[in-house]
Design a protein. Sequence first.
Length: 159
Amino acid sequence: MAGGVDGGFSAPRIQMMNELLASMGVDDHDPKASHMLLEFLHRYITEVVEDAKLMQAHANKQELDLDDVRLAIQSKVNGCLVQPPPREFMLEIARSKNAVPLPLIRPGVQLPPKSHCNAAANFQFAAGAGGERAAREVASGAGGASGVGAGAGAGAGAS
């Protein structure tokens, strides 16, 4: 990054980004947006130039030329931006999917098996001294903050 004022970017660069935003009709924006756009621009240009250097080396050229940069930009655009499929193709897929009728809805609430439901009991109490009393305390909410352990200790000490 370029050294200078405003978090690594010089004031003229920030001013240039603000003027660019203003020319596009963006009058009110967060000042941090200029910094973010400059960081994005710096990273994008750096990656394009690095890719162009790879293209140059692959073609065994001595100097970087415009064709290398264009090829690097095109490969970057093809990798980042994906074109949506054609409308006709999507309509054909929709017709084939919609040709199959939906299954009939059976009356009533359809739940998965009890083993997969959150409504089923998914705990067990350990049998032991004071176990039933601790279970009653936990069920009534008097078991304390730590649950069965606190209730069992209180039940065993009170006997």
